[in-house]
Design a protein around this ligand. Structure first.
Ligand code: HEM
Length: 409
């Protein structure tokens, strides 16, 4: 038989592998495999962007400290440039798009305080997860996303930050509005939602920070305003607001999708679910395999600070380079039987959280949440199965998650 990829059309543009195209939304892995084989370093002139799809090239790019992130440094017309419009203050960004030395100045104290909180609050985090799963229906069928995958991450991050839990519905809405900022081709209506969500969050965090300065509580907002006041964290109020919001927004949809994608994978791979049940010690490895196999964030990017060769190709300063994390994680050159979901083998480390200085700050939290959810969910519902349904994948570019997952218990 001819090489499988030789019969598949090789994508010519980033749009062809994005969630905008129904075929790629349903199955991004087939066109990505074709690209990896035929054109692993692709130039998309329409999007004015390079795209890397091989594991080694992606790893090399994200780990290289010489590249930058601030979208305004990218060439005119490129995808990252389209994330910001000219009326925006380009320098007002969270650590996600910030460059050194500001990135490290903010990220270091924030990460230290955040990780200390996660460690201290692990029992609270587990109690939120257990409580949410216990409150899901006892019998019949229900949408796993609505009952479990959506509420858990927002409840957890709200508790860590110290947000009033009566505000959770607003919170979730604002965070969904703000995530539209990562869609480079958003509509005018979506841009308006993005602006109003950001405004509401700014106002709420400003109020919360003032309240905690007067009366600190046992939460991350109090930790950060205290570090700021003592001079240990050299961070302005505006930077604090933006970065606390980044924790809220960055951790919601992504962790929801890690939970949803994982449950879907286990229910469609009963042998793997049986392996997990037989050996709960595989829990951590199972989370890594879900992250590798269906990464909730499918791409990240860097901007070149100078003319240089990347992945063997000459590139120019200010050019944007996207890397497909979804593709790198299925690279047959790195992972044996890369298209097999297998929690029982120890594999090379995936790139689902990116890498280098910008590696996901929330990775330890996402791992704790997903591991506990898989364990408790399959304990509570040993006979859980999928209801007959068409799986609808999210249409948000660069994210991979399921809209609704109906299960019977
Ligand atoms: C499964 C869940 C998650 C996935 C797949 C994910 C994925 C990613 C990826 C790919 C990046 C970019 C890394 C790079 O360019 O090298 C990133 C950055 C980031 N993530 Fe996550 N994330 C997840 C959960 C979280 C959580 C729980 C939080 C916060 C509570 C969070 C907050 C952030 C922030 C603030 C950044 C920017 C870090 C920086 O640029 O220094 N993420 N994440």
């Amino acid at each position: 038989m001819a090489n499988e990829t030789s019969t598949i059309k090789v994508p010519q543009s980033i749009i062809e592998i994005s969630a905008f195209v129904p075929e790629a939304r349903n199955d991004p892995h087939t066109p990505l495999k074709a690209l990896r084989g035929a054109c692993p370093v692709m130039r998309d002139e329409m999007a004015k962007t390079w795209l890397l799809t091989r594991y080694d090239d992606v790893r090399g790019l994200v780990n290289d400290r010489g590249h930058v992130r601030l979208p305004s440094k990218a060439e005119e017309g490129s995808l990252p440039r389209r994330l910001v419009d000219d009326e925006n203050d380009h320098s007002r960004t969270s650590i996600l798009f910030l460059d050194e030395p500001d990135h490290a100045r903010i990220r270091q104290p924030l990460a230290k305080a955040f990780y200390a909180r996660i460690n201290r609050m692990k029992p609270d985090i587990e109690a939120i997860i257990d409580g949410t799963i216990a409150a899901a229906p006892d019998t019949g069928s229900f949408d796993l996303m609505e009952a479990v995958a959506v509420p858990i991450p927002v409840l957890v991050i709200a508790r860590i930050l110290g947000v009033d839990e009566r505000m959770l519905a607003d919170f979730r809405q604002w965070s969904e509005d703000v995530i539209l900022g990562l869609n480079p081709v958003r509509t005018e209506e979506e841009t308006a939602r993005l602006a109003s969500g950001a405004q509401a969050l700014d106002a709420y965090f400003t109020e919360l920070m003032s309240a905690r300065r007067i009366q600190p509580r046992d939460d991350l907002i109090s930790d950060m305003v205290t570090l700021q006041a003592s001079g240990e964290a050299d961070i302005t109020d505006d930077e604090l607001i933006l970065n606390l919001q980044a924790l809220l927004v960055g951790g919601n949809l992504t962790t929801t999708d890690l939970i949803g994608n994982g449950v879907w994978l286990f229910l469609t791979h009963p042998d793997q679910l049986a392996a997990l049940k037989d050996n709960p010690g595989l829990g951590a490895q199972a989370v890594e395999e879900v992250l590798r196999y269906e990464a909730p964030v499918s791409a990240t990017s860097r901007i070149l600070a100078e003319d240089q060769s990347v992945a063997g190709c000459p590139m120019k300063a200010h050019q944007a380079v996207f890397c497909s994390l979804a593709s790198a994680n299925r690279d047959e050159g790195t992972f044996d039987a890369a298209d097999r979901f297998d929690i029982t083998v120890k594999r090379a480390s995936h790139v689902a959280f990116g890498g280098g200085p910008h590696i996901c700050i929330g990775a330890p939290l996402a791992r704790i949440e997903a591991r506990r959810v898989y364990q408790k969910l399959f304990e509570r519902y040993p006979d859980m199965r999928l209801v007959e349904q068409e799986i609808v994948w999210r249409a948000l570019p660069f994210f991979r998650g399921i809209e609704q997952l109906d299960v019977a218990v």
